[in-house]
Write a protein that binds this ligand. Sequence first.
Ligand SMILES: Nc1ncnc2c1ncn2[C@@H]1O[C@H](COP(=O)(O)OP(=O)(O)OP(=O)(O)O)[C@@H](O)[C@H]1O
Length: 615
Amino acid sequence: MNATRSSKKQPPKPDKITFKERLAALRNLPQFFKLVWQTSAWMTACSFMLRIIRSAIPLAILYVGKLIIDQVVMLSRNHGGQSHYHLWQLVALEFGLAILSDTLSRGITLLDSLLGDLFSNETSIRIMNHAATLDLDQFEDSVFYDKLERARQQTVGRTVLLSQMMSQVQDLITMGFLAAGLMAYNPWLIVLLLIAVIPAFLGESYFNDQGYALTRGQTPERRELDYVRYLGASDETAKEVKIFNLSGFIINRFKVLSNQFYSDNKRLALKRSGWGVFFAMLGSAGYYAAYVVIILRAVNGSTSIGDLTFLAGSFRQMRSLLENILTRFTSVSQGAIYLADFFEFFQIKPKITLSKNPRPFPKPIKLGFVFEDVGFKYQNAERWANRHLSFTLKPGEKLALVGENGAGKTTLVKLLARLYDPTEGRITLDGHDLKEYDLAELRLQTGIIFQDYLRYQLTLSQNIAVGNIAEQENHELIKVAAHQSLADELAERLPNKYDQMLGRRFFNGVDLSGGEWQKVALARAYMRDAQLLILDEPTAALDARAEYDVFQRFAQLTEGKSAVLISHRFSTVRMADRILVLEKGQLKEIGSHQELLNLGGRYAELFNLQAAGYR
Ligand SMILES: Nc1ncnc2c1ncn2[C@@H]1O[C@H](COP(=O)(O)OP(=O)(O)OP(=O)(O)O)[C@@H](O)[C@H]1O
């Protein structure tokens, strides 16, 4: 396949986020919470309950502390004349509360991390499930990849959001308890508290916006960085990287990209910490102002020593709680904005639509596939890959496609398998548009092996079974398929026969030669009882004898079935019933080998050119 792809679309540059958008993004939270609840209802409920109990503890500890101090002061004034029993009761109570608090915190952390792991796994599965429903051309679009990448990032990042949301609820309740205590003594302290904390909140939310805009803007480069990392260290690339001595080139590219990230992130981090110091100072000033007020009241005798410690403790805790709540608000709303990216991915719908009342697939096919003035243009491409194609693929016919690189052969078979729908014209099967049939059944009835088939790092048996994965345990069928594609001889030679791990990535893996891999791939086509077989240059890597044998068998095994063969070897092509010559996406000639030779046109020219090479 000769792909000169132009990508005219520029990735969208994100604008800064306004406070309104931040609030609006919170609307994503209920849907997120639903996903978490679906992951594990009991864990979510337990974590929630534990947090509610945990949130009352700080106030209780402070209050018991105050009672202890007042008791100590009273006992010290009485010079030991009274029983200490009540004091030790209070100390024991505070000790019990402290233990309870620790135990609850541990329980909450445990539940959150287990729930987080489950959520991350389930989300990855959701993403894979959704990606499986999307069309091939959506995978060929860089903007789509950016969305996919952002959705993927969310699987891990969002588990943090979950515990943040829960902690937010917990801290709000604790705050409510403490505020009630503080209000009872001196409501002005609350005002002082807000003054101390609000600047920090505004600063935090400003820097979070900046951080988000930066991360989002970096998505394409981040994907490139991942790709460069893969090029630099992977079994699939190692050979070429060595031969062409590319490691310097790759490492340089990695350095340029990663340095760019580093300096962008560093700039922001430096600004953020500078301002952070200033806001922390403001917070401390507010705290000490309140402290002075409380001390003065204690010195005047209007509050007890116990009250002094209670108030100072409440104020200190409330300050840090409020700070946490406000900064967490920015990161929760931040997370909610990232969630929008996540949900956006699930909103991408496949363009290849499924018929609501699909027709049953004809068994057997009676009239065949008819191309009616079919044209196809890849998205973002200038040229038509196929244009004005009109011909019939008759039932049982073996049709070969020939043409120069980029003539549109692979595109034609992709249209036949409905990996794309025609841009113009239509393809019919037994008189009805291909779109009227059930897509899954069409795929099941089509056995197709592409020239760039995958070499799975799986066992030999699994590598063949991918042709019909429902039959992966049907060892007999796998052996028969291997026999038909000549891969059985290979199986005999492998140390673990059909259970041999192929490829080098996993333990005890064995790599195969190009031709051996091709035989394995070819066996996939025989794994299903398809009515249409498509082989896109299936024998390019086979030696002459193997190719002859493969095609002899292919002709016998596919008797009565339609087949489309793409090949640049005329020794293969001539075995077909008819040959379709493509030129710049258009049908140039069609007919049998002999007819086209007699015609003396493009086929005859190409055939004679190749034949001359053998004389
Ligand atoms: N995914 C794609 N996006 C954009 N353009 C594409 C894509 N795939 C192929 N093309 C373009 O469509 C045209 C037809 O390509 P196609 O792969 O069908 O050719 P082919 O005849 O199979 O070539 P080859 O003999 O090299 O395999 C080419 O110009 C190619 O650059």
